[in-house]
Design a binder for this molecule. Structure first.
Ligand SMILES: Cc1cc2nc3c(=O)[nH]c(=O)nc-3n(C[C@H](O)[C@H](O)[C@H](O)COP(=O)(O)OP(=O)(O)OC[C@H]3O[C@@H](n4cnc5c(N)ncnc54)[C@H](O)[C@@H]3O)c2cc1C
Length: 341
């Protein structure tokens, strides 16, 4: 277990707020060095912080992350990606990056301050947003909070993945697992097909009469089409594919009956992994960095926002080609660090 407790992180954050270059009233702060504020301590935020600090040693770099579990992961298997993450907090601290536990609610571009839920306010010269994704309301009848709990997506949270896994384990042999893939841009599209393969492998061993149905409202790219072909070759009838075209637009969800109704057909599942449509994380949208698509357009040569000159974006919230995985995030971090230096 990490020796850094939640209390310690909070204390660190409070220290920054009182004494650091980011938290002082603007008139007193007079920072000697550029202040780079990074919102989000996921892979995007951490990569950006390390790259900026490595390139601009003198810069004051602060990562604000709202989830206390996010930065404390140490030698623990990430149940979403199956990866082992190093302890990000320790990496950041060793590089001289400050970390604060808080939730940024708004950005004032005129005064260059970011307001947090705690009431603190962080001044910056440059801000890099890495808030990941949020689920977008598709206005589907019956898809409410209860439906979201009964049919967990497991696309942003560990609890959802754990609930989905528990539902599959509890399912009777002969049951049906539906994975609903949403329309539009989404985080890590190939992850849904990979998940279908993982579930099919489990069912093959433990519940041989059960099947996985992929209900696909996306428009799979060549990589996903190749994955589907491999799944079909490997699992045969254990995996069924229903295209969004065949099913039609999602009309309603019946939570009690575990039924999904489309324009042209309905599907009933014993376990439903309902992945909703997605958009950039809230802070990126409310601070004016997203366009009508809900995603944040950026200049691919610099990582700068196309909608605001002081902002940079990295990770899943940014709409830029070649941004789909963690290796790409590292490359984007270098590009932003060079642009800021
Ligand atoms: C099922 C699945 C499997 C995947 N497998 C792989 C894989 O094998 N390989 C791979 O490369 N990628 C994989 N990915 C994709 C990878 O997880 C994402 O691309 C990556 O997490 C994106 O990082 P990010 O920093 O943009 O966003 P996130 O990881 O979502 O991090 C965003 C962070 O910002 C914080 N935050 C948001 N708003 C605020 C705010 N206002 N104030 C403070 N903090 C805030 C959040 O708490 C969060 O910690 C997978 C994804 C899924 C869903």
């Amino acid at each position: 277990m990490s020796s850094i407790s939640r209390r310690r992180l909070l204390a660190t954050g409070a220290g920054i707020a009182v004494a650091g270059a980011f938290g002082l009233p603007a008139i007193l702060a007079r920072p000697a060095h550029a202040r780079v504020l990074i919102i989000g301590g996921g892979p995007g935020g951490v990569a950006a912080a390390l790259a900026v600090k490595a390139k601009s040693h003198d810069a004051d770099v602060l990562v604000v992350e709202r989830d206390p579990t996010r930065l404390l992961r140490q030698n623990e298997t990430d149940i979403i990606t199956g990866r082992r993450d190093p302890a990000d907090y320790h990496k950041l601290a060793a590089a001289g990056v400050e970390v604060s536990l808080d939730d940024i609610r708004s950005i004032d571009w005129q005064t260059r301050r970011a307001e947090a839920l705690s009431g603190r306010s962080f001044a910056f010269d440059h801000v890099i947003l890495a808030p990941g994704i949020a689920m977008r309301d598709e206005h589907i009848a019956g898809y409410d909070r209860e439906a979201a709990e009964r049919f967990p997506h497991g696309w942003t949270d560990r609890q959802g993945v754990a609930a989905l896994a528990a539902n599959i384990r509890a399912m009777a042999n002969g049951g049906t697992v539906i994975i609903r893939i949403p329309p539009g841009r989404m985080r890590f599209p190939e992850g849904a097909y990979r998940r279908a393969g993982e579930i099919a492998r489990y069912l093959e061993a433990e519940k041989p009469d059960a099947v996985v149905v992929i209900l696909d409202h996306s428009q799979p790219g060549p990589r996903e089409v190749a994955m589907l072909a491999r799944l079909s070759a490997r699992f045969g009838e254990r995996i069924e594919y229903v295209s969004g075209e065949l099913f039609g637009a999602m009309r309603s969800v019946e939570t009690e009956n575990r039924v999904l109704n489309g324009e042209r057909m309905s599907l009933c599942g014993d376990v439903i992994n309902f992945i909703p449509a997605q958009e950039a994380g809230r802070i990126a949208r409310v601070s004016g960095l997203a366009d009508d698509s809900g995603w944040c357009p950026v200049e691919s040569e610099t990582g700068a926002s196309r909608l605001h000159q002081r902002a940079y974006l990295i990770g899943d919230s940014s709409a830029v080609a070649g941004n789909a995985d963690l290796a790409a995030i590292d490359r984007r971090a270098q590009i932003i660090a060079n642009a800021i230096a």
